[in-house]
Design a protein around this ligand. Structure first.
Ligand SMILES: O=C[C@H](O)[C@H](O)COP(=O)(O)O
Ligand SMILES: C=C(OP(=O)(O)O)C(=O)O
Length: 352
């Protein structure tokens, strides 16, 4: 008989049920308390009940868990130092949405070499999240695959839906069921309305296809997620972190009835993916905050130990602590940027 199904599928390998991994690497009471507490802090910052600034900061992607832990230890100190002004969440991104083709992140390909050991990727990702939480540092992830959250989301304080997927119904529905505040980026062309629409969809209850903790395909019914918010990341039409863009977006969110303030990504379309430019953009956002702009709730920074980026397939040994996806600011620049943002919050407080 002519085969008309799975014509382009080479193989299916069953995924281990999420419950198995959650049992093998349990979150535990102590870490769960940190996740719950930090989610509430993020909510309070987003609504303005807490006048600190949310800072989601860390590598563009995690490719080396040792370097990620080294970074997390540094960040734990800096977060403590600025805890009166900044609510720091570490960017721990395991899933990379690509413009075309490229490495899709540690969960998809932990060997970085096209061997796609997804089970190892899931285990490594979860173990790293638990280790970072043990340092007292809450984590933020982008959710890209609709199945993967069942393996890691209990450990995540803040989630993002990226610029390439915010118009996808699948991702908007996913956000409606996630347990943490979720930020939607503007689209890659710079359009903000898609992110506002996504918040509207994410706030509502949905019924859709998903997977349960036992790994069974399931009909999922969600309550809706009240903590959906907009992230300005710039785009092909140019950056959108400046005062006019911020004011225009705040007017749009208010009109749409969104209660959360904005997060601004200093990287991506706002920096032209230049790590040097990113520091300048952060300073300009800090100046707006210091000038009293209360609509800015958070800033996202792509930062690692060593400045810049490197290619995975250069044939050279990888530089320790340097990004293999987007260029990141160095740890030294990050320290300065965090201090500048903290000073800006103090100034905003004084002006309020
Ligand atoms: O943050 C990462 C990148 O901006 C995003 O994943 C797209 O990367 P690419 O354009 O290199 O594929
Ligand atoms: C892919 C990312 O961003 P964006 O969706 O804004 O391109 C990211 O933050 O890693």
């Amino acid at each position: 008989m002519t085969q008309t199904n799975d014509v382009h599928v080479l193989s299916f390998e069953p995924l281990r049920p999420p419950r198995e991994l959650l049992t093998e690497l349990p979150l535990g009471d102590h870490r769960a308390a940190l996740v719950e507490r930090s989610r509430q802090e993020v909510r309070d910052v987003l609504t303005g009940r807490d006048d600190r600034l949310l800072v989601v900061v860390g590598p563009c992607s995690v490719h080396d868990t040792e370097a990620a832990m080294d970074y997390a230890r540094r960040l734990a100190e800096a977060a403590k130092q600025h805890s009166r002004e900044l609510c720091v969440v570490m960017r721990v991104y395991f899933e990379k949405p690509r413009t075309t083709i490229g490495w899709k992140g540690l969960i998809n390909d932990p060997g970085l070499d096209g061997t796609y050991d997804v089970h190892r990727g899931l285990r490594t990702a979860r173990a790293l999240l638990l280790d970072i939480l043990d340092l007292g540092v809450p984590v933020g992830c982008e959710f890209l695959d609709p199945t993967s959250p069942q393996y890691i989301a209990d450990a995540v304080t803040w989630g993002a839906i990226g610029a390439r997927t915010i118009e996808s119904q699948v991702h908007r529905q996913l956000a409606s069921g996630l347990s943490m505040p979720v930020g939607f980026k503007n689209t890659t062309d710079g359009g903000v309305q898609g992110a506002i629409d996504a918040c509207e969809v994410g706030r509502n209850s949905h019924v859709f296809f998903g997977v349960d903790t036992d790994g069974r395909a399931a009909i999922v019914t969600t309550t809706g997620n009240e903590d959906c918010h907009v992230i300005l990341r710039g785009g092909r039409s140019g950056p959108n972190y400046g005062p006019e863009s911020v004011a225009a977006t705040l007017a749009m969110t208010e009109k749409a009835g969104l209660k959360h303030r904005l997060v601004i990504d200093a990287s991506h379309g706002n920096s032209g993916k230049s790590h040097e430019r990113q520091a300048v953009v952060s300073d300009e956002i800090a100046a707006q905050i210091a000038g009293g702009q209360a609509g800015i709730a958070g800033v996202m920074l792509e930062s690692f130990i060593v400045a810049g980026r490197q290619d995975l397939d250069s044939g050279q040994p990888l530089t320790y602590g340097q990004s293999v996806t987007d260029a990141c600011m160095s740890w030294e620049t990050t320290e300065q940027t965090l201090a500048t943002l903290a000073h800006a919050v103090t100034a905003r407080r004084a002006a309020a």
